[in-house]
Design a protein around this ligand. Structure first.
Ligand code: SAM
Ligand code: SF4
Length: 266
């Protein structure tokens, strides 16, 4: 579908949970957050229906995110259901990688095409500080399992303060380089203050070529990360929610009070 500013909207990011097994300081408060009620979270059938209708409307690229998508119970079942939809050209998932050791092979077998894995440093102490509880060893084992499972074109997401020259960013870059992974540096953003930046090595943050819509785990279709507008698929129907979201996609993002990285998935 084409929006009011002549952008082709064909990339859907779907948050499948607001829960997470880490507490990255730039994303979640240490004590966690008020979680959505179970009945408010879209079921696998509902998510599959949302994606099916999106594909009928011209979406070709689908990415599952979270929270942490791998903490959603039976996630590989959902991946299998989605990969059965005809017309998806690119089907990816963004993960912190901690649970990949357990899930990588099953995700590959279920039909997932690609993985983006978040890694901000290769220093175990720094990693624990950033994630507040993560063990880098688990992440490394997860990445190894992903490679073994046959995932190609793995991308590394690295959050930076302001520059890719920072020590942690350089360590992440070396790791990516040594292993043949592409790296994307994401400058820390503040949704409420409306500070956003172009992703170095990616398309994020470039409003003039933005091709995305987002769906939260409770079924709100959002025109923009930096906007509070949202259209509920349960209340107005999936197709109508997509049409209204595309028609109200702003030329440029401004700010959002309601979106958080852990509920909209970045
Ligand atoms: N839990 C998964 C993960 O961490 O990869 C998926 C969800 S996470 C919200 C998606 C991406 O958003 C991650 O790469 C994360 O580093 C990034 N992110 C989270 N908070 C951010 C912030 N305040 N500014 C910029 N990127 C952020
Ligand atoms: Fe969890 Fe990902 Fe947010 Fe870190 S960035 S707290 S891993 S959702």
């Amino acid at each position: 579908m084409i929006d009011r500013f002549d952008r082709k909207i064909n990339y859907l990011r779907v948050s499948v949970t607001d829960r997470c097994n880490l507490r990255c300081f730039y994303c979640m408060p240490e004590q966690g957050v008020d979680l959505l009620k179970h009945e408010d979270i879209l079921s696998f059938d509902e998510i599959t229906e949302v994606i099916k209708i999106a594909v009928e409307l011209g979406f070709e690229k689908i990415r599952l995110t979270g929270g942490e998508p791998l903490v959603r119970k039976d996630i590989t079942e959902l991946v299998k259901m989605i990969s059965g939809i005809k017309g998806i050209k690119d089907f990816g998932l963004t993960t912190n990688g901690i649970l990949l050791k357990r899930f990588a092979a099953d995700l590959k077998n279920a039909g997932l095409h690609r993985l983006n894995i978040s890694l901000d440093t290769t220093d175990p102490e720094e990693y624990r500080k950033i994630t507040r509880c993560g063990e880098l060893k688990d992440l490394f084992e997860g990445i190894e399992a992903a490679v073994k499972a046959g995932f190609r074109e793995i991308k590394i997401n690295t959050v930076i303060d302001s520059s890719s020259d920072e020590e942690n960013a350089q360590k992440a870059a070396k790791f990516a380089d040594d292993n043949g992974f592409k790296i994307r540096f994401i400058r820390k953003m503040n949704l409420e203050k409306g500070t956003f930046w172009n992703v170095i090595g990616g398309d994020g943050g470039k409003c003039s070529i933005c091709n995305r819509l987002r769906v939260s785990s409770d079924g709100m279709v959002s025109p923009c990360l930096f906007s509070d507008e949202g259209f509920n698929v349960r209340e107005i129907g999936v197709k109508e929610a997509f049409i209204q979201a595309i028609n109200s996609k702003p030329e440029k993002g401004v700010m959002s009070r309601t979106h958080k990285f852990y509920n909209i998935g970045g």
